[in-house]
Design a protein around this ligand. Structure first.
Ligand code: SF4
Ligand code: SF4
Length: 93
């Protein structure tokens, strides 16, 4: 039983360390949308709890766009939701 707790504790600590490492690595980055790849599926908009992204209509249909770049923490949560490689983290200017 104690071994299971130790393993769980180690996994939890590794998860925390991974999160801190990603945050540090991406601290100067912000999300960007490659509109030509975007299908307008909305998955990234729903995933972002900081409301950074929104849908915008253009001549080809609805596409994701970055509305509040200042709110982006570069957490990467939305990246995993995009099946079309339409999202990337870029350096802040
Ligand atoms: S990287 Fe995180 S904060 Fe930035 S848009 Fe994606 S989910 Fe939102
Ligand atoms: S998840 Fe990808 S394809 Fe879907 S709206 Fe967002 S950027 Fe566009």
């Amino acid at each position: 039983m104690n071994t299971a707790y130790i393993i769980l504790g180690v996994v939890f600590l590794l998860w925390i360390a991974g999160s801190l490492y990603r945050r540090q690595k991406n601290r100067n980055k912000v999300i960007s949308v490659v509109e030509s790849n975007c299908s307008g599926c909305l998955r990234c908009v729903k995933r972002c709890t900081h409301h950074v992204l929104e849908m915008k209509e253009n001549e080809t249909g609805k596409r994701a766009t970055v509305k509040h770049p200042d709110r982006c923490t570069a957490c990467g949560d939305c990246l995993g939701k995009c099946r079309f490689r339409a999202l990337r983290l870029i350096e802040r200017v």
